[in-house]
Design a binder for this molecule. Structure first.
Ligand code: AMP
Length: 118
């Protein structure tokens, strides 16, 4: 989903060039509602520093990956998911259905989620 300049839609959201419903943010991470929600709560969490996908992460990204997981817990607390439960998903590459080449965690909650995923 890169545009002609090679900037993904998530980079544009991070730069506030296109709107999104932001639910949580710190210096390194931005969380916003998915435009096509698959559950009553469906939030995306992205690093502000672009990493294309989990498969491209390196040792140097270790702290950032930890921050993303901790951010998912912050989002879950803010949106009242801690007790009912929630799922965190990362789609990396074609077989997983990755559609935006900027690493993102999906946080899904407020309904019972089937397992295994499709
Ligand atoms: P993935 O398939 O894991 O790459 O997930 C990409 C997600 O980005 C999908 O769930 C889309 O619905 C979501 N998405 C695409 N464009 C936007 C946007 N402008 N604002 C919020 N979410 C978006």
């Amino acid at each position: 989903m890169s545009n002609d300049e090679g900037m993904t839609i998530f980079e544009k959201i991070i730069r506030r060039e296109i709107p999104a419903e932001i639910v949580w943010e710190d210096d390194d991470v931005l969380a916003f509602r998915d435009v096509n929600p698959q559950a009553p709560v469906h939030v995306l969490i992205v690093p502000k520093r672009a990493v294309a996908r989990l498969a491209d992460a390196t040792e140097a990204d270790g702290a950032l990956l930890g921050k993303l997981l901790l951010a998912s817990r912050q989002v879950a607390e803010k949106l009242d998911l801690l007790k009912s439960g929630y799922r965190v998903v990362i789609n990396s590459g074609p077989d997983a259905g990755e559609s935006v080449p900027h690493l993102h965690l999906h946080v899904l909650g407020k309904r019972a989620l089937a397992w295994p995923p499709g």
